[in-house]
Write a protein that binds this ligand. Structure first.
Ligand SMILES: Cc1cc2nc3c(=O)[nH]c(=O)nc-3n(C[C@H](O)[C@H](O)[C@H](O)COP(=O)(O)OP(=O)(O)OC[C@H]3O[C@@H](n4cnc5c(N)ncnc54)[C@H](O)[C@@H]3O)c2cc1C
Ligand SMILES: *[C@@H]1O[C@H](CO)[C@@H](O)[C@H](O)[C@H]1NC(C)=O
Ligand SMILES: *[C@@H]1O[C@H](CO)[C@@H](O)[C@H](O)[C@H]1NC(C)=O
Ligand SMILES: *[C@@H]1O[C@H](CO)[C@@H](O)[C@H](O)[C@H]1NC(C)=O
Length: 827
């Protein structure tokens, strides 16, 4: 649409182009484009109709020197007959879509003033008029008018074949020969053609089937189609043909077999021939079944039954849509909020999921419905999706594991396939649960696609279809059929497109092998869908009873995983809060006059120290620095909460534990200082720490690593230093970080589709880690109690030394700042 729009508006912007710069022009064009969107829409056809929309600008480039013949409808958008005819023309475009390289369809709206010149140039007086333009038409060609053309697809198709047959040279290169073949030609056919199959369609002279099928297969390699007239007695006798029409496959060796089809008609021949082994669309690789077994799909292939629907695809689609697509919208408000609400509401009502998933969807839905504000942030929604409120037995599995929607390459199928499947299932569920609003699911889908579906051209095409015909949906059954038929339209448009997986060609669905009763022919021989049968088929195919649960993660696993994630998140959050609190405290206590105002002497020393070796500062940190920290700790009103989160430690009790436990104090409080100082000397880092807990704990871990690098001691030594020099806060943060890493890792593993056991294994490991961590927390508390009987005099002595320590602390601050700076320089 954007292309068409810019074309349409360049007329209006013509003058502006000359006067203002390119940048401004494009902005203006964009605005005009938006303004004239409605006028561009006023035409009867859009790009989604597979009809080239002609304008003053493109008419020459489309018609002149084209390698395909072109059929053009000249119409006026106000003309009632044109409006009535437009659905027929659109159906024709879908019907002869495969013929495009030989003959293409176009239309021009003569009611648009700029197009008047074109229409009068072609001598158009009344609407609608259809003209046939030969391939390689000259600029002065006015085309061949289809006088009194039929107002139905079949008649039009035949007129086009007639026009093609009488096409003078140069013949459109993509168009195969259409005349009947003879015994003589067939005898030498395989000498001059290197195809695997020759399909012979035996018919009487008035039949168009042979020519139609020939054109239907013109984009396919390894096959040629010829018509044989019933009067070609030698061939008819040789193959023993008794039925007209009928189709035979003729092989290079002279062997032949009859083509088995459900009904002897064009669509069935074309469908069967296009699916023959070895027949491929030109330019597409030949699908090799073993391809799929090989590991070029980045994850192990999951064998599946193509005629079934898998819950794994539905859950994957849910995960991807809710956790990935929606996350592109930081805030939902207005239309996006409404779209979100109706999407979630439809999911909560109709998603035929496992109890945990349904519970989760219901809880998210009721949360959203209760939400009265004008905005919802994605972060808040995400908390609901991840069940942070811990609604019992509710979870949405993380990650995707496509089954029926696997593609032969990582970029084929998957999510869009999942979206279609999801909404087919939802329309069917709404139908069988006898909802009250026929359009409910489709409106929710339309809103989702319009607002959130990442493929914008898809959204545009889909919205066109919604605008065109959603209003006709007035029952739940029609809603099911509507989505099915629109999906088939999309399949028709995309057949042969680059996004088509060669292993999963886009067909009109369901094919006869899935539902033969769905297909029929009219008296004229045209294909027709038996809608009752189609509906019955859809209702059973997408029903909740026929959903397969293969490859699904166990519910208990899903819940355990979610719990583990919450645990690690909680730890992370605690660590973050602690960091924030210490930062605040440090700010408060350091700005207090006695401890924060350095004397002139101290200032001097500081200058000296600035140039000193890092190791020196390190040493001091281990000595007086610790004592200083001790004093700091006793000044702060908030005790360090190094105990494992969730372990109840009353404030009074903690205070009681604290005072005498000097080593315990040292253990943790120095870390507090580090954090404090960092925050104090560098507001930037403080802000960062406040912003993201993950970031802050990572920073800390890096500082740990630095120490590790500096200290070449054994691993145990490092552990000691961690405890002595950095205290539990840092350690816990690091553990938390590791815990998070485990969580992320398990997520990643899951995404890679590794087996459930593997994920479960990592999860067990994670809980062991958390357990070990809680034990370490207890170990430290035991340690601190053990040292609570340390001599009071030592305490007093240390207190006495506090001013000295303050100095050391100050130096340490400086050093820390330097460390930080060094770290900033690191990538
Ligand atoms: C709303 C929407 C619009 C899209 N628009 C575009 C677009 O404009 N351009 C583009 O390149 N891609 C578009 N796509 C993506 C495209 O339609 C396919 O989803 C994608 O190419 C993957 O194709 P697939 O082979 O997995 O089959 P899909 O078309 O995704 O179908 C998935 C499965 O549904 C079943 N199915 C097929 N047809 C029907 C039917 N008629 N009724 C019921 N079930 C059926 C089949 O089992 C099939 O395997 C769109 C997707 C959506 C959801
Ligand atoms: C059409 O093709 C002919 C020959 O290839 C060429 O001479 C002529 O300029 C082309 N016309 C246009 C409008 O492209
Ligand atoms: C593909 O890889 C997976 C995991 O790496 C493996 O289990 C599977 O056997 C492989 N399949 C083939 C056909 O090599
Ligand atoms: C796929 O499922 C259908 C319907 O249940 C069944 O008839 C068919 O045998 C299955 N195919 C395979 C390969 O399992």
């Amino acid at each position: 649409m954007a292309r068409r729009c810019s074309r349409a508006t360049s007329r209006f912007t013509g003058d502006i182009h000359i006067h203002i710069g390119k940048l401004v022009t494009s902005a203006v064009s964009l605005c005009l484009c938006l303004l004239f969107l409605s006028s561009a829409e006023a035409g009867l056809y859009t790009a989604s109709d597979q009809i080239q929309v002609l304008t003053l600008e493109n008419v020459d480039s489309v018609l002149v020197n084209s390698t395909a013949a072109i059929v053009v409808e000249f119409y006026a958008s106000w003309c009632g007959h044109c409006i009535a005819f437009s659905p027929v023309y659109k159906s024709l475009a879908r019907d002869i879509k495969e013929w495009k390289p030989a003959v293409d369809l176009a239309a021009i709206d003569c009611a648009v003033e700029e197009n008047r010149k074109v229409c009068t140039g072609f001598g158009i007086r009344g609407y609608p008029t259809i003209k046939f333009f030969h391939a390689y038409s000259k600029g002065d060609s006015t085309g061949l008018a289809f006088g009194g053309f039929p107002r139905e697809v079949r008649g039009l198709r035949q007129r086009i074949i007639d026009a093609l047959e009488s096409h003078e040279d140069p013949w459109p290169p993509a168009c195969p020969p259409l005349e009947p073949t003879s015994q003589a030609e067939i005898d030498i056919f395989f000498e001059t053609n290197s195809v695997e199959y020759l399909a012979l369609i035996f018919e009487d002279s008035k039949s168009y089937i042979g020519r139609e099928v020939t054109l239907d297969l013109l984009q396919y390699d390894n096959i040629a189609v010829r018509r044989v007239l019933s009067t070609e007695e030698a061939l008819v006798a040789k193959l023993g043909v008794t039925e007209f029409p009928s189709c035979y496959l003729y092989y290079p060796g002279g062997n032949f077999t009859r083509l088995n089809v459900h009904i002897e008609a064009r669509t069935f021949y074309s469908y069967a021939l296009q699916r023959l082994h070895g027949v491929v669309r030109s330019g597409k690789p030949r699908p090799v079944t073993e391809d799929l077994q090989r590991n070029d799909t980045e994850e192990a292939w999951r064998p599946f039954n193509r005629s079934m629907v898998y819950m794994a695809d539905l859950e994957s689609a849910l995960h991807y849509s809710l956790r990935v697509e929606l996350s592109a919208h930081p805030v939902f408000k207005g239309e996006t909020l409404n779209a979100l609400k109706s999407y979630i509401s439809v999911l909560a009502k109709y998603f035929p999921g496992r109890p945990v998933v349904v519970n989760l969807l219901k809880s998210v839905d009721s949360w959203l419905q209760d939400h009265t504000g004008a905005e919802v942030s994605y972060a808040a929604l995400r908390e609901q999706l991840d069940n942070s409120g811990q609604v019992p037995d509710a979870a949405l599995p993380e990650g995707v594991r496509w089954v029926g929607c696997q593609g032969s390459k990582p970029y084929f199928r998957r999510y869009p396939c999942g979206v279609w499947t999801l909404f087919h299932v939802l329309t069917v569920q709404a139908q069988s649960s006898a909802g009250s609003e026929p359009q409910e699911v489709l409106q929710a889908m339309a809103g989702y696609v319009r607002n959130f579906f990442g493929c914008r051209p898809c959204a545009e095409h889909f919205s066109n279809m919604v605008q065109e015909s959603l209003a006709e949906v007035h029952s739940l059954s029609i809603a099911v059929l509507w989505l099915w038929s629109r999906h088939n339209r999309v399949n028709n448009r995309l057949a042969g497109a680059p996004s088509e997986d060669p292993h999963f060609p886009k067909i009109q669905w369901p094919p006869p092998e899935l539902c033969s009763g769905c297909h029929g022919v009219k008296k004229s021989g045209e294909h027709s869908w038996n809608q009752e049968q189609v509906l019955a088929f859809l209702l059973s195919h997408f029903s909740s009873d026929s959903l397969l649960t293969d490859y699904l993660e166990d519910e208990s696993q899903v819940l355990a995983q979610q719990r583990a994630k919450h645990e690690s998140q909680k730890l992370l959050l605690e660590a973050q809060r602690r960091v924030e609190r210490k930062a605040r405290e440090a700010l408060g206590s350091i700005t207090q006059p006695p401890s924060s105002q350095p004397t002139a002497e101290e200032e001097e020393e500081e200058e000296e120290e600035e140039g000193a070796q890092e190791e020196m500062a390190e040493e001091e940190e281990g000595g007086e620095g610790a004592a200083a920290a001790d004093e700091m700790g006793s000044k702060t009103s908030e005790p360090a909460s190094w105990a494992k989160p969730g372990v109840e430690t009353g404030r009074g009790r903690r205070q009681a534990q604290r005072k005498p436990s000097i080593v315990g104090m040292r253990l943790r409080d120095l870390q507090e200082d580090i954090v404090d100082l960092d925050s104090f000397v560098n507001q930037h880092y403080k802000a960062k720490a406040l912003r993201a807990a993950a970031a802050s704990s990572r920073v800390k871990r890096r500082s740990l690593q630095r120490k590790e690098e500096q200290d070449p001691g054994p691993v145990f030594g490092l552990g000691m230093e961690l405890d002595a020099g950095l205290g539990m806060v840092g350690l816990q943060a690091m553990e938390t970080d590791l815990g998070l890493d485990m969580g992320q890792q398990s997520e990643r593993l899951q995404k890679r589709g590794l087996t459930g056991q593997y994920v479960a294994g990592s999860e067990v490991e994670l809980s062991q880690r958390l357990y070990a961590q809680s034990h370490r927390g207890r170990w430290v508390s035991v340690l601190s109690i053990g040292f609570s009987a340390v001599d009071i005099s030592l305490c007093i002595f240390l207190y006495f030394l506090s001013s000295m320590c303050l100095l050391a602390m100050y130096l340490y601050f400086k050093n820390c700042l330097r460390l930080r700076r060094a770290k900033v320089a690191l990538p």
